[in-house]
Design a protein around this ligand. Structure first.
Ligand code: NAP
Length: 256
């Protein structure tokens, strides 16, 4: 059913890689004009070019979501150069995995960086695009995690778990506040998805990978493409009465 997102302008953060890149390409296939934002401006532009080469519409901008003033400046440029944004996917994120008992400097840096990108970054981009989203009665899709609900024992990552719990809490708060303005806000909870984010774990920690797969009823890791369907659903009119929810795309991990 192509064309589900025709007439929409969709912004995707962290769109240069992994899940964000797949969502951007998927939205373009559904007819959206896509704005790809990433701290790695070249990666975002390469993905935008791939969309244009396939006949879609895309623009890209370099953006570090931790910088609120930059988010505001990019939102202004997007409004002027592309148009009113009706879909925002808060996807940019990092995973650092030092437990609380790790080296003090590493633990502190993990906390500061992970919260700044995964949680404050979601706030920053949302706040910057809010005027446009209200005007268009838009949709926000936040990327949570299994760790929006539970902690993964190994490798331990308290900052990541806290950040993703925060993303779900922020999703609910926004959904409640923006509902009467016609803006829907939901999240997706991916399971273990093979992207550059966990390339190190996959290369160096087979025990952790086995733990994930053994715990996953579908018996496999996910691919970025596995997140695209839920992301289209939550951005389109198919989910017109869905807000404040999280769609788990985790191979059943949380059912066990
Ligand atoms: P990824 O392949 O590493 O992609 C993340 C993208 O975000 C990268 O292009 C990265 O750029 C960019 N980024 C990092 N910091 C940024 C910043 N400050 N501002 C803007 N962009 C920034 O990771 P992914 O696996 O697709 O992850 C996407 C989202 O899914 C994250 O929120 C992650 O927590 C979530 N998630 C992933 C999994 C999984 O198993 N992969 C599971 C659950 C949830 P650089 O590469 O230059 O750093």
């Amino acid at each position: 059913m192509p064309g589900l997102l025709k007439e929409h302008i969709a912004v995707v953060t962290g769109a240069g890689s992994g899940i964000g890149r797949a969502i951007a390409l998927g939205y373009a296939r559904e007819g959206a004009e896509v704005v790809l934002l990433d701290i790695n401006g070249k990666a975002a532009e390469d993905a935008a070019q791939e969309i244009r080469d396939a006949g879609g519409a895309a623009a890209s901008f370099a953006l570090d979501v931790t910088r609120h003033e930059d988010c505001v400046a990019i939102a202004k440029r997007v409004a002027e150069q592309v148009g009113p944004v009706s879909i925002l996917v808060n996807n940019a994120g990092i995973a650092r995995r030092n437990g609380m008992l790790g080296a003090t400097d590493a633990v502190i840096k993990d906390w500061q960086d992970v919260i700044a990108i995964n949680l404050t970054g979601v706030f920053n981009a949302t706040q910057a695009f809010l005027e446009s989203l209200r005007a268009t009665k838009g949709r926000i899709v936040n990327i949570g995690s299994i760790q929006s609900f539970v902690h993964i024992r190994q490798p331990s990552s308290p900052a990541y778990t806290a950040s993703k719990h925060g993303v779900l809490g922020f999703t609910k708060a926004l959904a409640v506040e923006l509902g009467k303005h016609g803006v829907r806000v939901n999240a997706i909870g991916p399971g273990f998805i093979e992207t550059p984010l966990n390339a190190g774990t996959r290369a160096n920690n087979p025990d952790a990978v086995k733990m994930f797969i053994d715990h996953t009823p579908l018996g496999r890791a996910g691919k970025p493409e596995d997140i695209v369907g839920p992301a289209i659903f939550l951005a389109s009119d198919l989910s017109a009465y869905v807000t404040g929810s999280i769609v788990m795309a985790d191979g059943g991990y949380r059912a066990v």
